[in-house]
Design a protein around this ligand. Structure first.
Ligand SMILES: Nc1ncnc2c1ncn2[C@@H]1O[C@H](COP(=O)(O)OP(=O)(O)O)[C@@H](O)[C@H]1O
Ligand SMILES: O=C(O)C1=C[C@@H](OP(=O)(O)O)[C@@H](O)[C@H](O)C1
Ligand SMILES: [Mg+2]
Length: 169
């Protein structure tokens, strides 16, 4: 399906990249990889530990590096919410296949995420979740080939629309 290309998921923490990514891989008969898992296994540390050790910019650097070395074809690739800070990483991902932005409003994300402080979001300490949302929304929109509105919609509904839009490309 999709000529052996990969499908890349981007969006805010809580958008559903990791959970819907697995469902999408099954639906499209592709393999699945989550770049957060790649980071953790390459560093032998959790994302939170990496950030505690070296700060959020260190995590973003590692993320950019790991993504640029990820040559996964015929995969669904779930990225971390901060992947869009690296233009090089996003350019590389675009060579692997279409980029799907799982969009959700701030209110919807707040309903889904309750551990904002401890979830390991790569942000300046003075940035609120809303600040991060505003800063990144522009970036997600810039890189998206397809945007899926997930507000008030079940994972199954988001999955269905995503598959339809991908097959219509
Ligand atoms: N469409 C949805 N409706 C309700 N909850 C969702 C939806 N998509 C994801 N979730 C929930 O939001 C949380 C974060 O999902 P996750 O896939 O880890 O997001 P991400 O990888 O984008 O940070 C999980 O508990 C997941 O079950
Ligand atoms: O948005 C972020 O800054 C981050 C999101 C996380 O992934 P999810 O988007 O899958 O939660 C993970 O990459 C890291 O903790 C940083
Ligand atoms: Mg995730």
């Amino acid at each position: 399906m999709l000529d052996g290309k990969s499908v890349v998921l981007i969006g805010m923490p809580g958008a559903g990249k990791s959970t819907i990514g697995v469902m999408l891989a099954k639906e499209l008969a592709k393999d699945f990889i989550d770049t957060d898992i790649l980071i953790q296994s390459s560093e032998n540390a959790t994302l939170q530990e990496i950030m505690d050790e070296g700060g959020y910019l260190h995590l973003r650097d590692i993320e950019a590096d790991v993504i640029q070395n990820a040559h996964y074809h015929n995969h669904v690739i779930a990225t971390g919410g901060s992947a869009v800070y690296s233009e090089e990483a996003m350019k590389h991902l675009a060579t692997l296949g279409p980029i799907v932005y799982l969009e959700a409003s701030l209110a919807e994300l707040r309903r889904r995420i309750h551990n904002y402080e401890s979830r390991g979001i790569a942000r300046r300490e003075d940035q609120s979740f809303e600040d991060v949302f505003d800063e990144r929304t522009l970036l997600y929109r810039r890189y998206a080939d397809i945007t899926i509105d997930g507000d008030g919609r079940s994972q199954g509904a988001v999955l269905k629309t995503t598959v339809e839009k991908l097959l219509a490309l």
